[in-house]
Design a protein around this ligand. Structure first.
Ligand code: BDR
Ligand code: CA
Length: 317
């Protein structure tokens, strides 16, 4: 087996974020060296707390969680309580309690990158505010430390989820996304074109509630809220767990099919805010196909073996 790759996750937990963080913590191919947080699906204090709870339940309370930005660079703060619940984790319990008042720290990624031997794989699954701040402060240093970056943001053809065109992460802080896309950072963009295909059904989420494993039950309670949101918003009898594909592709390289595309971020104030348009300055790798079968199999690491057995019984595997 290859040595585990050192990974930092920058996240805004978030229901799909906590599934992703716990999957990374439970994956031997990955050495998760830290999680940095940002506002996004919930305010910073809650996203930071949610990351800590997720790591505790995954059996890795030792992994540091460091708070970063508490707002976008120049836009008003917006969160997503209708999608993720006021707590950011739907109906999942917020115990064990952890302190709720982190001081925002805008260059948190620089500190963590400084503390970890390179090369580091950076996984961004929230607004890109922390990464943009790090690049602005010291781009050569960031580039010397980050060997690979994969980020959930954007959409090429798929309808947006924040407005007609944009995904939530690019929409939250388009100026930050613009800085990242125009930088020399290596970028593998995982957008709605592929994440919309990564669904779990309402019945599967209900079954998680009966799992003997505490982590699976906790994730199930979070996902139950997500299912209700998707049902009311788009009549989907399940939910889309966007962020997991980033870790999935690190653990099972080739799971995502990337194409080279020139992308730029629309800084429009209205309906194109955060739109990842084609026609940017340099080619980026953009995920345009996904092997969801492999991804679903990997999820048994956090959803439990019963999850995969259920698939087999139902002829889905
Ligand atoms: C992204 O926005 C958030 O709601 C999810 O956590 C994901 O990172 C999808 O557009
Ligand atoms: Ca997220």
């Amino acid at each position: 087996m290859r040595p585990a790759r050192r990974v930092i996750i920058d996240a805004d937990p978030g229901i799909d974020d906590v599934v992703t963080i716990t999957l990374a913590a439970r994956s031997p191919e990955i050495s998760l060296v830290g999680v940095t947080t940002t506002y996004g699906n919930a305010p910073l204090a809650l996203t930071t707390r949610n990351a800590r709870i997720a790591l505790m339940l995954a059996g890795r309370p030792d992994i540091p969680v460091l708070p970063g930005a508490d707002r976008p660079r120049s836009r008003p703060l917006a969160t997503a309580p209708e999608t993720h619940g006021k707590s950011g984790i739907g109906y999942a319990s917020a115990v064990p309690a952890v302190p709720l008042a982190p001081a925002p720290h805008h260059t948190v990624l620089l500190d963590l990158l400084d503390a970890v031997p390179p090369p580091v794989t950076l996984v961004t699954i929230g607004p890109l505010t922390n990464l943009a701040a790090a690049l602005e402060a010291d781009a050569p240093f960031v580039l010397s430390r980050v060997g690979y970056h994969i980020g959930m943001f954007g959409s090429i053809h798929e309808r947006g989820n924040a407005n007609r065109w944009a995904d939530f992460n690019a929409w939250c802080d388009p100026e930050a996304a613009d800085i990242v896309v125009r930088s020399e950072m290596p970028i593998h963009m995982v957008g709605l074109d592929v994440t919309r295909q990564m669904t779990v059904t309402a019945a599967e989420v209900t079954a998680l509630g009966r799992s003997p494993q505490e982590l699976a039950r906790w994730l199930g309670a979070a996902l139950q809220f997500y299912v209700e949101f998707h049902r009311s918003q788009e009549r989907l009898d399940g939910c889309v767990i966007n962020d997991v594909l980033t870790i999935g592709d690190l653990v099972a390289p080739g799971m995502l099919g990337f194409e080279s595309k020139d992308i730029r971020i629309d800084l429009d104030e209205t309906q194109h805010r955060g739109h990842t348009r084609e026609g940017g300055p340099s080619p980026r790798q953009v995920a345009m196909s996904v092997d969801t079968h492999t991804m679903r199999h990997l999820l048994s690491r956090v959803f439990g073996r019963g999850w995969w057995a259920q698939h087999r019984q139902e002829g889905l595997a």
